[in-house]
Structures are given as C-alpha cells and as structure tokens.
Ligand binder design. Sequence first.
Ligand SMILES: [Zn+2]
Ligand SMILES: [Zn+2]
Length: 417
Amino acid sequence: MTTAATSPADATGVSRPCNRCKEQEGTIELRVAETVCKSCFAYYVSSKAIKRLEALQRETSAPRGSGSGPRGQRRPQRYLVGLSCGPSSTTLLHVLTENVRQQRARGQKTARFEYIAVHVVDDTLPSSSAEPEEPSYLAAYRARFPDADILSVPLSSALTLQSIDWTSLPSPPSPKTTPAQTLSSILSLLPSTTSRADIRRLLVRHILIATATQHTCDALLLGHNTTSLAELTLSETAKGRGFSLPSLVNDGAVALPARLDGGAANPNNPNPNIPASLPIYSPLRELFRNELLTYLSHTTPPLTPLLPASETGSAGNTNSAVVSHRDLSIDDVLARYFGAVEASYPSVVANVVRTTGKLGHGGSGGSTETVCGLCGAGLDELGDERWRGEIGIDAGERDGGSGKRRLCYGCERSVRG
Ligand SMILES: [Zn+2]
Ligand SMILES: [Zn+2]
C-alpha cells in the first residue's frame, strides 16, 4: 500500500492538494514523486487500461469475416476476461465495469465493448474434490458485479479440449470416476511441483482460449501487470520456453488450431466460423502489482475483501489469470522475488518486460504450422529447433507424417523432468 498521508514536506499538517486536480487532498504517492487524490489515482489506473483497449480496437478493427454490417454499424467488440480473482484480474473487471457504466451515464446507447468473465476453478485440489460446487468467493464477485457475466469452468474440463495433446502427458494407471480425479491423477504423475504448476497454467490458458472461441469473443483479456509479466518472462526462460516468450508476454494474436472446434477437425478445411487467430491482450501491462493493490483498496466499497484468502498475501502472489498454486513452484519463487524487487527497483521490473517487448510478437495468424501439443507455440517458426541446437540437444525423431504431435523443449522438460 502506498498511501502516504505524511511526508517530510507535510510536517506542518497543512493538507497537500492533489498534484493533478489541485482540488482534493493528495493521499497516494504516484511513481514520479507525485501525490494524487483517490479519484486521480483511479483515473491513472483506468486510463492506462483503456488506452490498451483502444489499441486493441485499432489493431483489430478490420471486420471479421463477412458478418459485419455497413460502416458505423459494427457490433461492439466482445471480450473474454480471464478472472483468476487475484488483484490484477479483479482490477481489470472493475475498470471494464466502470467504463461501461460511465459510457451509459454519458448517454451512449451502445457500449464500445461488452465482456464476459471466466474463472477457472481448480477442481483437482483435495479441498474442492468433495464438493463440485463453485467456490464461495465467486458469489461475492457476482454480488459486487451484478452486470458482469461471470462464468466458472472446472479445470478438469480441459480433458475434453482437442487443442491439447493428452497423449503427451502421463496416463492414469487405473480408470477414474470423475474428470477431476482423472486430471488430478495425471498431474500427480508429473515429475515436480514446477511441472504441475506449469501444466496447470497451460490448461487454464487453453480453457480461456476455447471459452473465448465458444462465446465468439473478439479478444481474450488477461490481468497481467508489469510485475507478473516480469515473473512470467523469467519463469518461462527458466523452464526452457525462451523461444516463445514474445508471444507469451506481448499483446497480439495467437493462432487458433482448427481442432479447437472440438469436432472432426480437418486442417485443410477448418470451420469457417472459427477465426484463424485470437488477440490476447493484457490491458494492465503498464501498472505494477502494488499500484493495483492500492486501486483495489480505494474503490467504494474497497474491493480488497473480495479477494480469496489465497490471493491476499503480501505482494508475492502467483501471477494473475492463473489458478492458485498451493505448492511452491518456480512461479511462486519468482513471484516472491519480484514482489520484493518491485518496491525498491521498479525500473528493473519494467525493463524485464520492455526488453522482451522489443523482441516483437512471435505469434502468427496461420494455423497450418507445426505447433507444440501442449503450449501451442509454433515450433519451427519460433526457433525451437535452433533453441535446442544452441543448448546442445538433438531434435530427436521428427513427426515424419505419423500424425503424432511434437512438444517444444520447455513442455518436454515439464512432462518428462
Ligand atoms: Zn486529484
Ligand atoms: Zn510447448
């Protein structure tokens, strides 16, 4: 929390006006030694997010397919918000809700965008296996955001997704009665805590992309902030997925495999209703996690009490848009690390993300390239072979037309240890 009611200059007790509006009292320190009031701080956070959404609208303004009406009659863009119920995605949901409310208050008949939020419930955790109902904190979110459409999807539903090569993962030794037990068994056979956290994160991503497609959304919005993007950058590098970093960290479109359709996928004749790619954006990418925590504590009423207990620890939480991990994985370690670094060296954290950003977005709109059967990264295009070569690993046997999909170096390590 960066609420600073006092500072050396303030010792006389005279209230300091906000540096921006000069009207209300400045109570919150902004980055550049600026003290601002509650409403100017809220505006600072929301305008950064809305600017990214405007960029998204510009970059995706080419009408999709032939379904768009005449100029000026385009339907509002529909977003899918990955809601992990952590500080970032909660902020994102609030910013979107407030923006739509303000658009209505200004008398705008059609909002510029509409959105649905999806929370992936980890039903493989022991605590939740007894009761398949959704967690109680979701009811609080629905009560607080009555206008938002909040869906919950069990993590085990990923078992039905054909975008994932399940044959590359361990198979349970004996048949299980529920999908949650099956997935739990598969995860328990992975070599390490880091592997389990990694595969869980990939499954959440697959579910969000599939749900966005099912609901004909124009983009998937993730709650990543500068801090969590820096964590993601280092953890993915450590896991051997350095080659796919640009497409994971930067905003842009990811190719959708035709098999996301779920039906009989024919790569030569993909379902024309399914777009070739889906833009994935992180509108909060220019804000630090601590700034989002400040935002949440200054809404009326504060949103902080809404966060589930697993998300309210100090700055060192797992990154957003990911179900909570109970055990300490490399993601947790880095989250703790960056939670501490962010406070003292914010520019270091921002530079990690900026450097990755300069690499450019590696994703493509095509769906015919060879993709990793787990993380979906385009293998050759993104240099996975070169990556293996440089670290001295033989590419091993090729696909050879057998139809068996390959894994990237990082996923292979995650599965096999
Ligand atoms: Zn102000
Ligand atoms: Zn992979």
